[in-house]
Design a protein. Sequence first.
Lengths: 126, 274
Amino acid sequence: MTLLDFLNHLLGRQKPSGILARERLQLVLAHDRSAINPELLDQMRRDILEVVQRYVEIDLEGCDVSLETDHRMTALLANLPIKGSRPQPPASGSSAAAGDDADARRGPDGSAALSSGPEAMAAAPL
Amino acid sequence: MTSALSRTILICSGKGGVGKTTLTANLGVALARLGHRVTVLDADFGLRNLDLLLGLENRVIYNAQDLLADTCRLEQALVKHKQVPNLSLLPAGNSRMLEWITPEDMQRISTLLAERSDYVLIDAPAGVEKGFRNAAAAATEAIVVTNPEVSAVRDADRVIGLLGSLEITPTQLVLNRVRPRMMANQEMLTVDEVTDLLALPLLGLVVEDEQVIVSTNRGEPLTLRDNPCPAARAYHNVARRLSGEDVPLIDPTREPHGLGAKLLNKIRTSTGLS
């Protein structure tokens, strides 16, 4: 650790590298395990936002769709802040472009949770 | 003891250079010294080194290739360790073997070895390709070796996924080259972080120890003697846990590592007192 590193560390400007290593690994392992490449995740992110936007108005700036992993279980986490609801829900039958993510799934199918409130958080095991 | 009670354990890591072969050599010696009959199989046909770490390189005459080709008997192919007669090595064949050896060949070899051993330890090659799959074909359980370092952990994760799909169980973890001081300063992945990320039970922790290099230079695994250095103790503990003994894991960041402790250890190492 150089003096500059140490000072930054003291001032809370820089995370210890061990913490950084863990965070980077959590992300990369989630990707490795789910076999979802970054392009596919981008495509999925766009599709999810498109579908959700048909029902509610969301804050696009604050949206975060990412993979997380815990104990060899990978989950897709979507944090989509809701600004308000659309005056009219869309007619049933219209469908979004479906991503070809079916073959990339791993692990058991599980629950998906959706909580109400200012922020909706959905977790789906992959 | 019959072959049904024999355990065939794959020692693998994905990444090279994390300490697979060193663990295989030290664990082989330590298990043999506990009274078990042990055979270590070098399945790294491209880059064999297990003979070198065990100090047996000048006594290799036949190898796995000769055994498969029936040009020698099993007893001729095995190199018995002089100081630890319970321990034998089946050396790897040459790298051309990689072209034709099959998982069935590896199973045939390990069945032969299991008939005369309580433990068969298979030193896997680095990587997740054919060589690894061949080595894994013969195993019923596995030890994954990794270091608290991003690339080693990522590669270990790939291997753990493959072991899962091959239904090799149990799979346990040995965390090698631990630097307690860096862990305490949060400048290295901690033991808990690695075990959480990989979600494997921890079989052992080996701290970074210069004595490992000294012992490989000599071709004398640290476990050959009751060496008081930290790595030697760690390898002995792995062997004892593997054979069912309840040996508690010690948090390396709480071990004394100051100047005084270092000096004491130096004295212990040089005098051979524990």
